[in-house]
Structures are given as structure tokens and as C-alpha cells.
Design a binder for this molecule. Sequence first.
Ligand code: SF4
Length: 319
Amino acid sequence: MTEDDNEICIAVSACLLGEEVRYDGGHRRHSFVADDLARFVTLVPVCPEVELGLGVPRETIRLVDGGGIVRLRGTTSGDDHTRGMKQLGKRRAADLKKRDLCGYVFKARSPSCGLFRVPLHRDGKQPLRAGRGMFAEAVTSALPELPVEEEGRLDDAKLRETFVERVFGYARLRRAFKPRWRTRDLIEFHASEKLLLLAHRPAAYRSLGRLVARGAEIDRAELSTTYRTDYMAALAAPATIGRHVNVLQHIAGYFKRDLDAASREELARAIGDYGDGLVPLVVPATLLAFFARRFENEYLLSQSYLAPHPKELMLRNHV
Ligand code: SF4
């Protein structure tokens, strides 16, 4: 973990941090977020329903589809909270933007916080699992680059690793585009993200490279927006085992002359075993990082691919 990682802020639905803010006075503490992630980032709890003044305990609310217009209503009273929640979402998104937010973990299925497949109630019909929580919708519309995820999906090792990788990638991106950033900062950033981008979306690495090369001819604001958007979209594309194998073999190529035949064979076996699903990514990646340090390969040591997030989270032990 670096000093810069301390600056990383992730907003979290407050009930996932153990705060007793749910409609029934309960919580849904999520230990990966509240215990593990909390050691490496600053967590910002947000409960939109409490902030809206609905109190604890409170009437449950739900998304209701009224002829194509989605409203947020009390389940029994029918009270309409649509306007208030939309306004709160806009206001909170602006506040969170100022806090240099790098991610958001939302509570699944909530009519306020859920990201995917939130029940959308329709008169006389089965609810459609196609909604997005009204607060989550306002935040994601205002902050489209922001890495977001639901807590339930974080129980899947692959999705968890991808989300955390995006959060830390977003933090590095923000540091590269600090106020008064120079073209040189962007060139350095792009070079150090090469192997990570290749593991996700090789075409994006190349198109972003072309963009950086034309940097001097492009308006700075446009360059920044396009690079940021495309970089985050590339990280959101799942890294595949095949692409990881390509990247690992590419790194191994740097040690061809440094290693004896037995060590080269050992390395090739570790990469092959990962490709065959016999060992997790952490095995060949750790071996390669060790050789990069041992042979003082500054280029490889600068690659975010070898340390995309704190190793203590052990995310690569399960993918
Ligand atoms: S899901 Fe969202 S609105 Fe509901 S209790 Fe949790 S933080 Fe509050």
C-alpha cells in the first residue's frame, strides 16, 4: 500500500457498514467492504433514505412504473418520494465528486441504492426485475466514470477483483490528471498501464496510445475526457485467462537471458498451470514480480499490472 492509497475514498451504502439505518432498524454489514477494504481506503457511508428524512424505522418504499415514468412511493401510503430522492441524488453526487471519490458500493435490490434488477412494480402485474435504485441512478448518471458495484456481486472472486482493480486504476488515473497535468504525465501513465490494459482490452491500449501520440494537437479538455472514459471502459472489460497468459509470457520474455534453463522452465510451468486453471493468477504474477525485483527491471517494476491493488487483499489468490 502506498501513501497515495490513503487518499482513495469509496462511498458505501451505510447499512453495508453495519449502520442500523434500514427500514426495520437493522443493517446488512458486508465484511469484505467493512473489514478488508476499510484497511486500505477511506469509506464514506451514505444512506439516502435517512438523509431524505424518512427516519428509522420507516415505511418501506418501492419503485413503481406508472406508464413509463418510474416513481418512488411508500408501499402502503403511496407517498411520493420521487422528487426529493432525485434532488438528493444530484446534490450528493456533486458533494461526492468534491471528495475525490474512486468508487461506490451499493446495496443490492434497494429501491434507492440497488444498481441492477431492482423490482419495478406495475399495477396488477408481476414486478419486473429491471429497475435501478433512484439514488443510484442519480449518482451513476452524474459520475459515469466512477467504478460502481453491488455488495452481493463482490462475493464473486472475479467480480470482486475487477471492481477493486478499477477503483485503484481510477485513483491512479486521477493522480495522472492532477490539476495542471502535463503531456509527459499522460505519456508516463499510459506506459505504466500497458500490461494491465493488454490483459483487459488490447485494442484499447493501442487506440489510447494513438490518442496520447496526438496529444499535442488535441484540446486538453477533450484529450483528458476521451482518455479517462476509454481507459475506464477498458478496465471494465473483464480480463480473460488467455490475455493474462499472453501478458505473463510477455513479461517472462524479459528474463530470457537472465535465467538458467531450469528457472525458465519453472516459470513457463507456472504460467501454463495458471492457463490450465491449476493455480491462481497470484502464482505466476508473484514469481514474475520477484524476478523483476531481482533483476532490477525498472520498466516492469513501473507496471501497474504487477501490483494493481494491495496484495494483502489477496484478490489474485482466487482468480
Ligand atoms: S439500502 Fe440504501 S437506503 Fe436502504 S438502508 Fe441501506 S443505505 Fe439506506
